[in-house]
Write a protein that binds this ligand. Structure first.
Ligand SMILES: *Cc1c(COP(=O)(O)O)cnc(C)c1O
Length: 403
């Protein structure tokens, strides 16, 4: 019952329960234990030499060498996630943002030009504009719906395309297969922030992506109690990713890796609930008179739905709602302030529902947002969806009560 690898015969849910954790290695204990480690003792100087050779020259994984390079629980979670994503190898890093920035740093050099989706996670944009720019890397932001039209934006020195589909506020779905085809024709590599879809609902490497990054903080950890990032690479980009992460000294702390391992066990089950509840609530919003557009890619009324249907196998619990023009910012704030079961806060993917207003034009100067009304984003947690609908229904009165 142990140490399964993930072939296409086994469903992800079963694999998550049985592989690649091998209880035999841990005295029969069903979960890998947490190792608090800096020093790893070698029996002899010869053994030190052998492991040094294995880690740095033969580029082997899972070498016990020094705490920073991980311990058996890290290796087990990394292997499970690499297999679920369909990539070659994966590394855990301290935060989702560190996964985004390290993937970029691993693949660019001074003088390069990169293409970045305009819908990219805000702090990733901050890194591109404030850090990569100082290193002499220039960037062009592209319309996330550009598809194969991205060909027009390539320069001689374009080396990386950074995508995120859907964007986590405006939910634009990108034509990742079209973008990767064009990028590879230009010898550029494609990074995808796959946080929204999780390793279950979008298979980046089947669609030509070279490096997939995740805020494991969200659905993988799943309980709003740890930060974690994941970088999964294909065979070609793996050496560059591995080298950058090791040389930067990035290390996912063992207690947090344990929380990621624990979250992973129930991820598929939780996502079934997030998916069903979010769809139910999104459809409820579609019927409301106050609503201009529900931005949930699994709804046929949502721009980009056809591409979502073609490429994704499910949807998670995060979506946005755009109101008709005429409701003030204050009215939307009153609506959100009066929700009982929706916290006001960042992050998502946890057990609890969240709500936050947003304005996509503020930090995305090049973006054409087609709506005039106010917008807010909801993370649908694991509560009973009918309780959430009652809550939303009650609080929506505050949209009308303002003068
Ligand atoms: C939250 C988030 C990140 C950053 O993850 P942290 O763990 O909070 O650093 C990156 N990308 C997306 C799409 C996110 O939602």
């Amino acid at each position: 019952m142990s140490n399964h690898s993930f072939d296409k015969q086994v469903s992800p849910e079963t694999y998550i329960c049985h592989g690649p954790f091998d209880p035999d290695v841990f005295g029969g204990v069903v979960n890998p234990p947490v190792y608090h480690a800096s020093t790893v003792i070698f029996k002899t100087c010869k053994e030190l030499e052998t492991r040094h050779q294995a880690l740095f020259h033969d580029a082997e994984d899972e070498v016990m060498y020094y705490g920073r390079f991980g311990t058996p629980i890290t290796f087990a979670v990394q292997k499970a996630l690499a297999e679920l994503e369909g990539g070659h190898r994966a590394l855990l890093v301290p935060t989702g943002l560190a996964a985004c920035t390290s993937a970029l740093l691993a693949l660019v050099k001074t003088g390069d030009h990169i293409l970045v989706s305009s819908s990219v996670y805000g702090p990733t944009r901050g890194f591109v504009n404030n850090v990569l720019s100082r290193m002499g890397v220039s960037a062009t932001y592209f319309d996330p719906t550009i598809g194969a039209g991205i060909a027009d934006l390539f320069q001689e020195n374009t080396t990386v395309v950074f995508t995120e589909s859907p964007g986590s506020q405006t939910f634009d779905i990108q034509d990742i297969p079209a973008i990767t085809r064009v990028a590879h024709a230009h010898h550029a590599r494609v990074i995808l922030d796959n946080t929204w879809a999780t390793p279950l609902f979008f298979k980046p490497f089947d669609h030509g992506v070279d490096v997939s990054v995740h805020a494991a903080t969200k659905y993988i950890v799943g309980h709003s109690d740890a930060q974690m990032g994941l970088i999964t690479a294909n065979e070609e980009t793996w050496p560059a990713i591995r080298s950058l992460v090791y040389l930067y000294g990035l290390h996912a702390a063992p207690d947090d890796v344990y929380l990621a391992q624990r979250g992973l066990r129930t991820m598929a089950l939780r996502l079934e609930r997030h998916q069903a509840s979010a769809l139910k609530i999104a459809r409820w919003f579609e019927e409301r008179d106050e609503v201009e557009q529900v931005l949930h890619p699994a709804l046929p009324s949502c721009p980009g739905h056809e591409i979502w249907k073609r490429d994704f196998t499910g949807s998670s619990g995060l979506f946005s709602v755009v109101l008709k023009p005429g409701y003030s910012k204050e009215a939307v704030q009153a609506f959100i302030d009066n929700l009982e079961y929706f916290g006001i806060g960042f992050s998502w993917g946890g057990f609890e529902s969240l709500a936050i207003p947003f304005n996509p034009v503020k930090d995305r100067p090049e973006y054409r947002w087609p709506y005039q009304g106010e917008a807010f984003r909801l993370q649908i947690g694991l509560e009973n969806p009918d309780d959430l609908i009652n809550d939303l229904n009650n609080a929506m009165r505050h949209l009308h009560n303002q003068d």
